[in-house]
Design a protein around this ligand. Structure first.
Ligand SMILES: [Zn+2]
Length: 286
């Protein structure tokens, strides 16, 4: 009997470690979770030097939103669960008070980041249930810096951004998908160098996730990005197979409830302590 119990006890940790080894590790933005099906609002803009830019970028933003939606629906076979909406907001509409009251994710386009921060192609500010995405759309022009780095025995010369060309950046499609991933709640995942698979034509490597921060990896040459199974599974793991089709309580809301309960308990005990002291006092005369 004792042997059986100890065998059973051994079996339980073994089960846990097996599931731990096979479980994928996902990375999420703290305190950010969509509470309802997202409405993506792309902000129109004027660029007199590139009159075509707005139309092209609006189309790319729409494609990126529906690329995420399509892949989530395919993975879960649940079209109702991932009901993403996309609208374009005119410049005039953006100036109206509370224009974005219904938008979950605002997508802005700017020519390039401020000088000194040129290495960014976009960013997302995601907090609570809303996000602002900014995409920088001009293609950078590079100059070799003279500094070299050695990666797996190969010497590469580092290039730095010295300005911008009047043409759309090549990485806009992947930048859009990356920032939309942030707006869905995903943070930068951690991978090993051997998780990047070599391109079959020897032309760069494929990233295991659209969400990686390329500055964390010393990979020379081109990195190809697309929304991978890992990315789709991360979102499904966050919201469940049912998707974002119902009101989710955000992490922030749960924090609120916990703080509220702690406060009520504290007030209760403080109240009791003071009552005990009061009971020994004689009431003041009027
Ligand atoms: Zn990022």
């Amino acid at each position: 009997m004792n042997k059986l119990i100890s065998l059973g006890l051994l079996f339980i940790p073994a089960l846990f470690s097996v599931s731990f080894v096979f479980a994928e590790e996902y990375y999420y933005i703290p305190d950010h979770l969509l509470e309802q099906p997202p409405l993506f609002c792309a902000m129109e803009f004027e660029d007199t030097q590139m009159p075509e830019a707005q139309r092209d970028l609006m189309k790319m933003a729409e494609n990126a939103v529906f690329d995420w939606e399509t892949k989530l629906v395919e993975a879960t076979k649940n079209p109702e669960g991932w009901d993403f909406e996309f609208v374009k907001l005119s410049v005039q509409k953006q100036q109206e008070f509370f224009f974005d009251r219904d938008c979950t994710v605002n997508i802005y386009f700017e020519r390039h980041p401020p000088k000194g921060e040129w290495e960014y192609s976009g960013y997302a500010d995601s907090y609570l249930t809303f996000s602002d995405i900014v995409i920088f759309y001009l293609e950078p022009s590079y100059q070799y810096s003279g500094k070299t780095i050695e990666v797996e025995g190969e010497i590469w010369e580092e290039a730095e951004i010295v300005g911008f060309k009047n043409q759309l950046a090549q990485d806009i499609q992947s930048t859009l998908r990356h920032e939309i991933g942030h707006s869905l709640g995903l943070d930068h995942p951690k991978f090993e160098l051997n998780d990047f698979t070599k391109d079959q034509f020897g032309n760069g490597v494929h990233s295991p996730s659209i969400m990686i921060d390329p500055y964390e990896y010393n990979i020379p040459g081109e990195i190809h990005y697309k929304i991978t199974d890992y990315d789709v599974n991360s979102v499904v793991n966050l919201y469940g197979e049912d998707g974002i089709n119902e009101i989710h309580l955000s992490a922030y809301f749960l924090d609120f409830i916990i703080i509220g309960v702690v406060l009520i308990v504290m007030i209760y005990f403080v109240n009791r302590k003071f009552r005990k002291k009061d009971s020994g006092l004689t009431p003041l005369e009027d």
